[in-house]
Design a protein. Structure first.
Length: 277
């Protein structure tokens, strides 16, 4: 596909957090360091359960005297509810924001007066730039081609980035199994946050037994949620499939042995896969 092109995050929802305690409030909740969020820098972060399970992910950007969280509509209401529960006596105001819009840009543009944020996606260098804009149809994108959700999802899969509302499970998924430690979403030295102890234990005690991998489909027709078995042994599960690429949760010992020997994954049902990353 020739550049420039863009993906519109039509399902993005926004939450405003402002007040004297807003920075400390977020710092005690989220996986990333809120001090890295500035008017020119977006950060990517998550909210976890006390057991370290995934609840929601979001981008955070700062405008004037408030933080704005961008999340998918699937997580929106629960995230809003959790933030209000954790507010307690903190001097913060939590509210919904309407009439701003989110885009992922692949190509160069210049900000116009209605651009709120334009910066590189903080997760990976090659998955586009984030544009937050007051218009749902910015004139600066008039000459760009628009890609659909499946095409954008495929870009994420190829870069080992989960499309969270599609690839993760609330109250079940673990960040380190899903490559979040490589997506600039976790601060290892900021101190405590909800779920921090479990997340840190998995990292420092090497407790990780499975994780996601990107694979290319050589032959066969794999499906989402399909188990991957080799010689009768369950070695993984397909998380998502887009075109000729897929994301799979696999046993690390099995996957690394295949990578080391440069061998295909040959499932018992005839699917042939190659590791991409």
């Amino acid at each position: 596909m020739s550049v420039p092109y863009f993906y519109k995050n039509s399902n993005s929802k926004f939450i405003s957090i402002e007040g004297a305690d807003s920075s400390e409030f977020l710092q005690n909740l989220i996986t990333n360091d809120i001090n890295n969020c500035t008017k020119d820098k977006v950060i990517y972060s998550c909210l976890l359960t006390p057991q370290g399970k995934f609840l929601s992910d979001f981008f955070i950007f700062k405008t004037k005297n408030k933080f704005i969280l961008e999340t998918h509509e699937l997580f929106y209401e629960n995230l809003l509810k959790k933030l209000k529960i954790y507010k307690l006596r903190s001097n913060v105001l939590i509210s919904k924001i309407e009439n701003i819009h989110s885009f992922i840009i692949f190509g160069d543009i210049e900000k116009d007066k209605n651009s709120i944020i334009f910066c590189e996606d903080p997760r990976r260098h090659n998955i586009g730039h984030k544009l937050i804009h007051e218009s749902s149809n910015p004139k600066i994108l008039e000459s760009y081609n628009q890609i659909n959700e499946d095409e954008y999802h495929e870009i994420l899969i190829k870069n080992l980035v989960p499309f969270s509302h599609y690839d993760l499970e609330e109250n079940k998924s673990l960040l380190l199994e899903n490559n979040f430690q490589n997506l600039n979403s976790i601060s290892w030295d900021k101190g405590c946050y909800i779920g921090q102890e479990i997340t840190a234990r998995m990292k420092y005690r090497a407790l990780l037994k499975k994780k996601i991998y990107t694979l290319n489909i050589v032959s066969g027709f794999p499906q989402k949620d399909q188990q991957i078995k080799e010689k009768g042994i369950n070695v993984g599960k397909i998380i998502s499939v887009k075109n000729k690429s897929l994301l799979a949760m696999m046993k690390i010992e099995f996957a690394e042995s295949k990578l080391k020997s440069n061998k295909h994954v040959e499932s018992d049902d005839g699917i042939l896969l190659d590791f991409a990353i």
